[in-house]
Design a protein. Structure first.
Length: 316
């Protein structure tokens, strides 16, 4: 299950079947220090996943030729706390948008991998970022907390065999994560491809997302009423509040620890419950929510929305 919403929250969930320089100027960009592969040289803690990612990147490079720029892990594989309920999030950077022929070839390549007898190939979630789009800032919500009109990218949702258009990854959160923490599967340092994202611009996007997505969620709570989301929402809103405070993207565990120390203590039992639930790898969107817990989850979302509304960006 993808951890984003159809409304491009930047850090929220997407329900399957339901849902931001030029390359030749790479030497001009200020270099960040993205997270390196693990000390043993692997990309992830899972050797079979490493093999899938390396095969995928080489296949895309072979199909796209000189249009291929690089492939970079983002999400929890870059930030930390990846577990067996997480998506395998990454982006593929290209020189330009995919042509019709390239879309057909990319679809066929993805399908061949998807049909393999390997659990990881059903967990891949990724967008194709043309470098001209990557260099332009884009956010999922306006200052008024309503969905923005962002450019859609070619995208494979988690568990989907079919390519589609989506602005799922076209956010500052994704740009910041890839530039500052991304793991290179194949290609140049991502800091040479993406401009730095100022902390206050990141805060602005996160605050707008907290309000916009939170209000949408409260207006249509039935859509997320299942066991997976009743915990996911609490942990993700903890993380967003933490990221709003810090001006950087963090893991769910970091957000949880911050929330327990900085939010109203009345929420600690709910946060602890949701973290414990998250450790159960059998947790699923197909399992029913606990009605009482889900009502608490919605109350916590409302609390987070109000905190975001009250937050003042430093220097604003």
């Amino acid at each position: 299950m993808s951890e984003r919403s159809n409304q491009r929250t930047g850090v929220g969930p997407c329900m399957n079947g339901g849902k931001p320089f030029c390359y030749h100027d790479q030497g001009v960009k200020e270099a960040a220090k993205p997270r390196k592969p693990m000390s043993n040289g692997s990309l992830t803690p899972y050797s079979k996943l490493d093999a899938v990612l390396e095969e995928h990147a080489k296949s895309m490079q072979r199909v796209l030729g000189t249009e291929f720029v690089g492939e970079y892990l983002q999400g929890s594989l870059a930030i930390g706390d990846f577990d067996l309920t997480s998506d395998v999030d990454f982006i593929v950077v290209t020189r330009e948008d995919l042509s019709e022929r390239e879309v057909v070839e990319v679809q066929a390549t993805h399908r061949r991998m998807y049909d393999q007898d390997n659990l990881w190939v059903k967990r891949l979630e990724y967008s194709f970022f043309p470098t001209p789009v990557l260099q332009q800032p884009s956010s999922p919500y306006t200052d008024a907390g309503v969905p923005a009109q962002s450019e859609e990218l070619w995208y494979f949702d988690n568990g989907s065999p079919t390519i589609q258009r989506s602005d799922h990854d076209n956010t500052l959160v994704v740009r910041w994560t890839v530039r500052e923490m991304g793991v290179t599967v194949l290609g140049p340092n991502p800091a040479t491809l993406i401009d730095p994202v100022p902390a206050d611009e990141l805060r602005k996007e996160i605050g707008n997302t907290l309000v916009g997505w939170g209000q949408e969620l409260l207006q249509d709570p039935g859509r997320y009423k299942n066991r997976f989301y009743q915990s996911y929402l609490v942990l993700n809103f903890c993380r967003m509040l933490h990221d709003l405070s810090e001006g950087k993207v963090s893991s769910k565990l970091a957000g949880l620890k911050w929330a327990k120390s900085n939010l109203d203590p009345q929420w600690i039992p709910l946060i602890d419950y949701c973290w414990k639930e998250r450790q159960d790898t059998s947790i699923s969107t197909h399992q029913p929510a606990d009605h009482a817990i889900y009502q608490q989850t919605l109350q916590f979302v409302g609390y987070a929305v109000e905190r975001a509304k009250d937050y003042e960006i430093p220097g604003s």
